[in-house]
Design a protein around this ligand. Structure first.
Ligand code: FMN
Length: 326
């Protein structure tokens, strides 16, 4: 996996499922991260090939609940992001997905209470020995690249020191979200702090924070010196941010997302959540569209709402034909 000169879709919980990753890639993302999945959850899952829709699924044992869905088309660019606080558990969990993804990333930046109280996410930032243990154990035992995504520490020198230690663990790249743990999304990302990390390490740094237009990809690279750029909210609000020719109208992007959600039988909650985030940014959930999305009980309801009923029926009939063949 090459980490230089890449446009990267950031990991986003309940957003970064297969249809969203495919849409982002269609518009130009070179590397697409899945949403963070916790190792404990993975350990309760099994890998299943879904011959009807052509996906590989990680499914909660004894249920049909899909925790992670991928397909061969994205095999060379999808990054599985995991939450963990233990090297051995992380390895056991990673073994289930490593054949189907291009790389594994460990989330070392999540500031949410759930992550911190479990010793995961940003809690790892103050435990460099544990970081080293997790990264080296995974690297030694897996055939795919292992990276991590961090936030800034309170003091610049501490962030730089941590980045150097992470580099020594042998990772091929490091993603840096230019905010501190206590910062909120509205606080500006500190690109100058990312620049300090870039100067201190030789591995490619993936700069992340406040990229909202295509021109920002070049701007953040110039300011930070980073090799690659990762974008979260800018992509959530309009995944065509990756298009060099400029963004497409968000309605068009939303339609593409809905069609892909139908095609890959995406989890309804995830599809609704992603649509609601888009609507909240561009319009208002109180308007009829938002209310209908909230009310939708099936993907067919959403297909009907967006005039994609025929497409839904077409996809359903291809699944039925596939079922007969099997
Ligand atoms: C809806 C949403 C979900 C997120 N989920 C994750 C996640 O699963 N793992 C992670 O490392 N960061 C997660 N983040 C943080 C982003 O990956 C990114 O670091 C942050 O939003 C800053 O980038 P931005 O300024 O481009 O939004 C999430 C952010 C958003 C908006």
């Amino acid at each position: 996996m090459e980490y230089r000169n890449k446009l990267v879709l950031a990991p986003m919980v309940r957003v970064g499922t297969l249809p969203f990753r495919l849409v982002a890639a269609e518009y130009g993302a070179n590397i697409t991260y899945g949403e963070e999945i916790i190792d404990h959850k993975l350990l309760k899952c099994e890998r299943r090939i879904n011959d009807i829709i052509g996906s590989t699924d990680i499914v909660e044992k004894g249920t049909d609940s899909v925790v992670f869905r991928t397909c061969p088309e994205e095999r060379n660019r999808v990054v599985f992001q995991m939450g963990t606080s233990d090297a051995v558990r992380a390895l056991k969990a990673a073994e289930m997905v490593c054949k189907d993804v291009a790389a594994l990333d460990i989330n070392m930046g999540c500031p949410k209470a759930f992550s911190i109280s479990g010793g995961m996410g940003a809690a790892l930032l103050s435990k460099p020995e544990l970081i080293h243990d997790i990264l080296t154990t995974l690297k030694r035992n897996l055939d795919i690249p292992v990276t991590c995504k961090i936030r800034l520490l309170k003091a610049t020198q501490d962030t730089v020191e941590l980045a150097r230690r992470i580099e020594k663990a042998g990772v091929p790249a490091l993603a840096v979200h230019g905010r501190k743990v206590a910062d909120r999304p509205r606080d500006p990302a500190q690109w100058d702090e990312i620049a300090n990390v870039v100067s201190a390490v030789s591995i490619p740094v993936i700069a992340n924070g406040d990229v909202f237009e295509f021109k920002d990809f070049e701007r953040i690279k110039t300011v930070t010196g980073a090799s690659s750029v990762m974008v979260a909210r800018g992509a959530l609000w309009n995944a065509s941010i990756f298009c060099p020719d400029g963004k497409l109208p968000w309605e068009e992007v939303k339609r593409e997302y809905i069609r892909k959600s139908i095609l890959w039988d995406n989890d309804l909650k995830s599809t609704k959540h992603t649509l609601k985030e888009m609507i909240m940014h561009h319009s208002c959930l109180e308007f009829p569209e938002g209310k209908s999305v909230i009310k939708a009980e099936t993907l067919m309801d959403l297909a009907r709402l967006y005039g994609e009923e025929d497409y839904y029926k077409f996809v359903e009939s291809t699944w039925q034909q596939q079922c007969f063949k099997l």
